[in-house]
Design a binder for this molecule. Structure first.
Ligand SMILES: Cc1cc2nc3c(=O)[nH]c(=O)nc-3n(C[C@H](O)[C@H](O)[C@H](O)COP(=O)(O)OP(=O)(O)OC[C@H]3O[C@@H](n4cnc5c(N)ncnc54)[C@H](O)[C@@H]3O)c2cc1C
Length: 310
């Protein structure tokens, strides 16, 4: 059977990429996880979620670009996205998430500086329409660089958000450092295949680390964003929020577009602030493969779609 390690490794093979992206039957499965390829598709998803009381964070898909021109195109795509969001007047109800690798972070010379230079105007444009930006976290080699960019951005925009991955051994310390006033931190389990030298390998150890980090964030004065679909962790988040006398608007649950949508609506209707992470764009392959890797049932669903006409 498929392991998540095998799937994440396979996702880096160009032949498989060509097969998956070139296969019309794939579209049906991709639509479950991706809001569409255009800005208009993304804005339609934002309106539908808003009607159900669900906030959004939008991700213009793309990562691991190879030159400055591509990084500038990422910046421009986000500026266009923010222009598109402005007339909806949702303020913080619609924020954006970015991957710094799409802003040039991994380029060999001065990648961190380039990413900071290009992401700054996006943070400023978000702020100008009353919303914020969150820096997604990629594999463990990027954490120091991403937290350095965060620290710089937070000097003028202290509500710029960060993501911490419970799987990494370092994350409890990072959570302590970021549990400060005004700081928005999305805690996730971690979607990358990390070596045993830096990360927990067993699900039960990742879950226990998540619980410890959540305790730190919930007890601090910052704004925790509970990025998980795991029912046990969502329950724990509510328990910790109550224990720490947190107001309903002082933390939120975040889930991915298309995953447990009924639960997203149920939580929102019951008074929890819920935000869906809405990816859109043509470069959906890497994002899609990570979603398959998280759940064997998704792979079966995908393989069935390749052999049926639905
Ligand atoms: C809003 C948000 C933003 C994220 N940002 C990042 C990031 O910046 N960096 C990063 O490394 N990771 C990120 N992730 C991914 C995260 O690290 C996990 O890989 C992912 O959320 C699965 O973990 P889980 O907490 O949902 O728990 P799991 O134990 O994986 O899942 C719990 C339950 O959720 C459901 N579920 C989970 N995943 C799926 C799926 N793919 N398809 C269908 N059902 C599913 C199932 O019912 C499962 O039993 C993000 C996740 C969310 C929700």
């Amino acid at each position: 059977m498929f392991t998540s390690k095998a799937l994440l490794a396979a996702s880096r093979r160009p032949g498989l990429r060509r097969f998956v992206t070139g296969n019309p039957a794939t579209r049906h499965v991709v639509d479950r996880f991706v809001a569409g390829e255009t800005l208009a598709d993304a804005l339609a998803a934002v309106r539908a979620l808003h009607a159900d009381g669900i906030d959004v964070t939008l991700d213009h898909l793309g990562e691991d670009i190879t030159d400055r021109a591509e990084a500038e195109r990422t910046r421009d795509a986000y500026l266009t996205l923010l222009q598109g969001l402005a007339p909806l007047g949702l303020g913080r109800g619609a924020e954006v998430s970015v991957k710094l690798s799409a802003f040039g972070q991994a380029l060999p010379e001065g990648g961190t500086d380039l990413a900071l230079e290009l992401v700054r105007p996006v943070v400023e444009a978000a702020s100008a329409i009353g919303t914020t930006l969150t820096l997604d976290m990629e594999d463990h080699r990027t954490v120091d660089s991403t937290l350095a960019v965060l620290a710089d951005l937070r000097k003028e925009h202290p509500d710029t958000g960060a993501v911490l991955q419970a799987a990494l051994f370092r994350t409890e310390d990072d959570a302590k450092a970021l549990a400060v006033t005004g700081s928005r931190v999305r805690l996730v389990k971690g979607a990358y295949d990390e070596p045993p030298t830096v990360a927990h390998q067993k699900k039960k150890d990742v879950d226990a680390a998540y619980a410890r980090c959540l305790e730190i964030l919930m007890a601090g004065p910052g704004y925790p964003m509970v990025g998980s679909h795991d029912p046990e962790l969502i329950r724990l988040a509510h328990e910790l929020a109550a224990q720490n006398s947190r107001a309903a608007d002082s933390w939120e649950v975040q889930m991915l577009y298309g995953i447990r949508p009924d639960e997203q609506r149920r939580l929102a209707a019951a008074g929890t602030r819920v935000r869906a992470y809405v990816p859109y764009g043509i470069d959906w392959y890497a994002y899609f493969m990570r979603r398959l890797a998280e759940r064997p049932a998704n792979v079966r669903f995908f393989l069935r779609s390749l052999v049926t006409k639905s």
